[in-house]
Design a binder for this molecule. Structure first.
Ligand code: ADP
Length: 393
């Protein structure tokens, strides 16, 4: 049985695990959900994996590893383990081999991502106790954006906020955006270090990044993953004056934070769903609120494409990825329709016939810029990084 690489991605109440061969072929995938709740459950590919009631991240991890062993897809220990870590602050510009010092540095970044880093650390502790001798590597969502120039990452706030507390724009989805660079380079047969693209990662969370000469130079998310585009349940950009206004209406900071993260975006606007498929269906059946939500989503996207142009001197491609970017021909069409003045033109057939899970050009022959759809694979990026970094162990 050949060597394997394990990838672990802990969310607040979920856990994704992927197993790759040493040649980076995906061997198995597992997902545990509703962790900590009575009805916690897990599946590995199409099979249910039994979990105890109120299973925690560590319990689910152990059960999934046990399942991989039982089914024979993994024998012995993995060669290396890669972890998604959401916030690396300014300390991490690349994947890092985990040591006690690095773990302490990730803990230090927790104040910047209190919902994410502590739960990422649970995954790290879980695999450290299951596989104490296996090299483990942290891959940070923020690291790819550490090349942002100062004018793109500073907020126009009193400077002491940045100096004392690190208040600045960090950006997220870095593994996906960096994968877009390598995949676009491969598709267009270009070296990555001379490639300039705008990458739109549109999943439940959405972000857009301007990439110049292979490096991130502007991105739509900020100190937290709340800024920028409209998302499934997150508001994206709003007027900060809203805080005082809503405070006057009796809505306190905690409640407001929950509203902006969990009750806004497509869900807030439509009043019924954060799922793009349902939203488009409802809009097509005449539901006005859903049509408005779709329009706000696409307008914000188009507006950000314009904003990203300020950081580029050339554009090799606009790239769509993530569950919405890869699958919603409607969102791509309605967005590109707003960008005619910049010379973007979509080929309607190429756009609607785009095959799922394949990379493809969808621009019309006369378009000034290529438009691509590329399936993302953040777990593959993490497996690749774990493999490379563990060689230094
Ligand atoms: P996450 O950020 O949780 O990884 P995904 O990348 O899976 O999320 O994206 C989830 C979004 O993708 C949802 O809004 C979902 O409706 C949308 N989506 C998935 N498949 C389709 C499809 N065929 N058409 C339109 N939207 C889709």
């Amino acid at each position: 049985m050949e060597d394997t690489l394990l990838v672990v991605n802990c969310g607040s109440s979920s856990l994704k695990v992927a197993l790759f061969s040493a040649r980076l072929e995906r061997l198995a995938s597992a997902l545990a959900e509703r962790l900590g709740q009575e009805d916690a459950s897990a599946r590995a590919d199409r099979t249910s994996v039994p979990l105890p009631a109120k299973a925690k991240h560590e319990d689910a991890l152990a059960a999934i590893v046990e399942h991989f062993r039982y089914t024979g897809v993994m024998s012995g220990n993995p060669k290396a383990i890669g972890h998604r870590v959401v916030h690396g602050g300014e300390a991490f510009t690349a994947p890092s081999l985990l040591t006690d010092e690095i773990i302490a540095a990730i803990e230090d970044c927790a104040s910047l991502a209190p919902l994410h880093n502590p739960v990422n650390l649970k995954g790290i502790q879980g695999t450290r106790s299951l596989f104490p001798d296996v090299p483990q590597v942290a891959v940070f969502d923020t690291a790819f954006h550490q090349t942002l120039p100062q004018h793109a990452y500073l907020y126009a706030l009193p400077r002491r906020f940045y100096d004392d507390w690190g208040v600045r724009r960090y950006g997220f989805h870095g593994t996906s955006h960096s994968f877009m660079v390598s995949e676009t380079a491969r598709l267009l047969d270009r070296p990555t270090n001379s490639l300039s693209i705008i990458s739109a990662h549109l999943g439940n969370g959405c972000s857009m990044t301007a990439i110049r000469d292979g490096k991130s130079v502007d991105t739509s998310m900020g100190l937290t993953p709340l800024e920028g585009l409209v998302m499934g349940t997150r508001c994206g950009d709003i007027d900060p004056g809203l805080f005082d206004f809503l405070n006057g209406k009796g809505i306190q900071a905690d409640e407001l934070n929950a509203i902006l993260n969990k009750e806004s975006g497509l869900l807030g606007l439509s009043g019924s769903t954060n799922d793009m498929r349902t939203l488009v269906d409802q809009a097509d059946q005449g539901d006005e609120a859903s049509a408005q939500a779709l329009a706000v989503f696409c307008f914000r996207l188009a507006r950000y494409v314009g904003a990203m142009m300020a950081s580029l001197t050339a554009l090799d491609a606009l790239v769509f990825t993530g569950g919405i970017g890869e699958n919603s021909a409607r969102v791509r069409q309605d967005t590109i329709a707003l960008l005619g003045l910049m010379g973007f033109q979509l080929d309607v057939d190429r756009n609607s016939n785009h095959g799922r899970e394949s990379s493809q050009r969808i621009d019309a022959d006369g378009s000034r810029f290529p438009v691509l759809v590329i399936p993302t694979d953040e777990e593959l990026v993490i497996a690749r990084a774990a493999d490379q970094e563990s060689r230094n162990a």
